[in-house]
Design a protein around this ligand. Structure first.
Ligand code: UDP
Length: 288
């Protein structure tokens, strides 16, 4: 089995590459960080193309605002054409951000996609990913499966994207206050990256063509003040918790997302996906 992983040097991608190699796949990584850009790469003929490369994180995307849409669509078109050329399955790793603000409760794949007012970098990212998904799903003859991960965390996640857990860990270890964005009652379900890559691999082998799957563990749901307290405890830190306004910190292109909690029933039933790792394991493994 030959597979290509774009973004294979990144946080989720590198764990996916490890898992696929452990299972005996011949894995080709295409990643700007290791010197191969999607635009200029030579894609080998493969059975599966996993597309994970892209801008990352609510802070990471800020510097790319204005070209997020064009970059994401361009790259999606390139991997689509490679998959069509080789008759490969394309596993497109999208984002839960495509749902936009949702009513309270768990979000399944039938939820309408909501476009909020405004034009933050987060919205540009969400619109781009949704447009790319739609383009791929509407391409005749393309064997595509779409994954929408919710709040992935764990080892190797870096602070640059702005994601909360690596930020809190860095702050706690430095004895600095943990910056909880107001109000602190916003909710997320943090899912271990090793559970997520299992789901992505299952999508390649068992996913239905043209299907969309949420991946996220609702059992790990909590509010952000709780997460901050748990990080302080797990690190043995004496840091305080400070509730701050993120726009003051990151500028007006930054936007918060309201509560995000997945309903992954479809992935559980159709793929046999079983997220196993609880929130404390996510936090402890992220410390390693
Ligand atoms: N968050 C926070 N402090 C930080 C970074 C993030 O309180 O220093 C909050 C953020 O407001 C959000 C949650 O943590 O409610 C998850 O943020 P993250 O950027 O990890 O992911 P996303 O907002 O895209 O779900």
């Amino acid at each position: 089995m030959t597979v290509v992983v774009t973004g294979g040097a990144g946080f989720i991608g590198s764990h996916l590459v490890d898992l696929l190699r452990d299972r005996g796949a011949d894995v080709e990584v295409i990643d700007r960080a290791t010197g191969s850009d999607i635009e200029h790469a030579e894609f080998p003929a493969a059975d599966v193309v996993y597309h994970l490369a892209g801008p990352v994180g609510p802070v990471g995307v800020l510097s790319q605002a204005g070209r997020i849409v064009t970059d994401i669509i361009r790259d999606a078109a390139i991997v689509r054409d490679v998959a069509l050329r080789d008759g490969a399955r394309l596993v497109y790793v999208s984002t839960s951000e495509v749902y936009g603000p949702q009513p309270a409760g768990r979000t399944d794949e039938h939820a309408p996609r909501v476009i909020a007012a405004g034009h933050s970098a987060r919205q540009e990212y969400a619109i781009a990913k949704l447009a790319a998904e739609t383009m791929l799903l509407n391409t005749p003859d393309l064997d595509v499966v779409i994954i929408r991960p919710f709040n992935v965390a764990g080892p190797r996640q870096r602070t640059e994207g702005g994601f909360v857990l690596p930020r809190f860990i860095e702050q706690a270890l430095a004895g600095k206050p943990l910056t909880v964005y107001q109000p602190g009652t916003q909710r997320r379900a943090f899912t271990h990256v090793l559970d997520i890559v299992e789901g992505i691999a299952l999508a390649a082998s068992k996913g239905r063509r043209g299907q969309v799957y949420n991946l996220g563990n609702p059992a790990n749901e909590c509010d952000i003040l709780t997460l901050a307290a748990e990080v302080i405890e797990a690190t043995g830190s004496t840091s305080a918790i400070e509730v701050v306004d993120p726009v003051t910190l990151h500028g007006p292109a930054f936007a918060e997302a309201p509560d995000k909690v997945p309903d992954p029933t479809r992935a559980i039933e159709e793929l046999g996906w079983r997220p196993k790792r609880d929130r404390l394991t996510v936090i402890r493994d992220a410390l390693a």
